[in-house]
Design a protein around this ligand. Structure first.
Ligand SMILES: Nc1ncnc2c1ncn2[C@@H]1O[C@H](COP(=O)(O)OP(=O)(O)OP(=O)(O)O)[C@@H](O)[C@H]1O
Ligand SMILES: [Mg+2]
Length: 246
């Protein structure tokens, strides 16, 4: 990846999109640039966050506008095929990402597809699983895993392809406190650009330097998240717990 923090890695120009049969567009005339940075994408349920990520990787085609990757307009499926080898996307629903019988096969699928030898793919996959705290999960049956375990395996399938950009659609969903913390450490340690969708403001505030909000088909940039304290309740509150942010 071009590590120059001033050049656009992804550049969406004047994007409009409408689902077939829908009267209202999800977006109209959206512009967005991602440089070598970590940005948050916020918005209400149904505001179009997932749709926007899918447009970025060519899984949905905009009605109008273009997606540029490292300065090049992505015109055909072949262009997006190449883009998807470098832009790793973690789907909102882990079941959409996992389709092999065993964890190791799922994680090795990407590297094998990229032309790695079987031995290399196994090594990358084993070390990726270890790095996200899933050592020993190699032979587990993927569809028997818990929701949080599936999400971490899905992340491993993305990381094992060694992408240069990550698009993460609600990665903390289903994660318990420890797994969420581990994910936070992994993501803060990555020297790569990413877009992170989440409703977990503490998580976003810890990681991101740019904040975008999708509302009524428009994308608005805000430089900061307002970090504030609020009251909250816990079940089992007598057990020790801590928070990422004050
Ligand atoms: N395949 C589809 N056909 C028609 N409408 C769709 C389709 N997929 C999504 N939509 C609609 O498009 C809008 C944007 O959906 P999208 O999934 O992008 O929202 P989101 O911001 O990711 O929401 P959430 O926070 O719930 O994940 C919603 O109104 C949704 O109902
Ligand atoms: Mg979504």
């Amino acid at each position: 990846m071009d590590n120059n923090s001033t050049s656009n890695i992804l550049d969406l120009r004047d994007i409009s999109f409408r689902y077939p049969g829908q009267e209202q567009p999800v977006f109209a005339g959206i512009d967005f640039q991602l440089k070598h940075e970590k940005v948050a994408l916020l918005g209400d349920n149904g505001s179009g966050k997932t749709t926007l990520l899918q447009i970025m990787v060519g899984l949905l085609k905009p009605e109008k506008g273009g997606v540029y990757f490292n300065g090049r307009l992505m015109e055909e499926e072949r262009d997006f095929f190449v883009l998807r080898q470098q832009v790793g996307m973690l789907f909102q629903h882990a079941d959409d990402q996992l389709f092999c019988p065993s964890v190791l096969e799922d994680v090795a699928f990407g590297p094998l597809n990229l032309g790695r030898s079987r031995k290399e793919a196994m090594e990358i996959s084993t070390s990726t699983l270890r790095s996200i705290g899933l050592a020993g999960y190699e032979d587990r049956i993927t569809h028997h895993l818990s929701g949080g375990e599936k999400r971490l395996v899905a992340l491993a399938t993305v990381l094992s392809m060694e992408p240069s950009v990550l698009l993460l659609d609600e990665p903390t969903n289903d994660l318990d406190h420890d797994a969420r913390h581990r994910l936070l450490e992994i993501l803060s340690g990555l020297d790569m650009a990413f877009i992170l969708i989440s409703h977990d403001w503490d998580f976003l505030a810890e990681l991101c330097t740019g904040f975008y909000g999708l509302t009524h088909g428009r994308l608005l940039k805000s430089e900061t998240l307002q970090v504030h304290q609020h009251r909250h309740a816990h079940t089992l509150g007598e057990q020790g717990h801590h928070h990422l942010s004050p």
